[in-house]
Design a protein around this ligand. Sequence first.
Ligand code: 5GP
Ligand code: ZN
Length: 122
Amino acid sequence: MTTDTTQEQECVFCSIIAGDLPSDTVYRDDQVIAIKDNNPQAPIHVLIITREHNLESLNDASRLDASLLGHALYTAAKVANQMGIAESGYRVVVNTGEKAGQSVPHLHLHVLGGRNLAWPPG
Ligand code: 5GP
Ligand code: ZN
């Protein structure tokens, strides 16, 4: 028996977390997984993905999610260190909603580094 909702079944990140789609995983724990983005926008481009589908974006977060959000951000720093970009510098991005270009409605952080990153972003 499965308790997955249709939304989760159709979600690319849920499929990766379930092991139904392949990914290049660089870190995992009980709350998040980190995978290499398959369309990298920088030499290092890792996604920190929350394991549960309950938050589609930051807009869904409540006070109860503060610990998970903090853990995801901490994991971004840990992964940046692991990938060797902590010292040179990196950017953590959370695209939220249509105008920010969010394309996968399952909360995730981008960790980008390994090149000079322009500011302001496009
Ligand atoms: P968003 O546009 O929602 O901020 O970021 C979604 C990211 O997920 C994009 O950078 C996109 O390249 C990445 N992505 C989409 N599908 C897959 C996939 O199947 N595998 C991996 N590794 N990354 C994906
Ligand atoms: Zn999902």
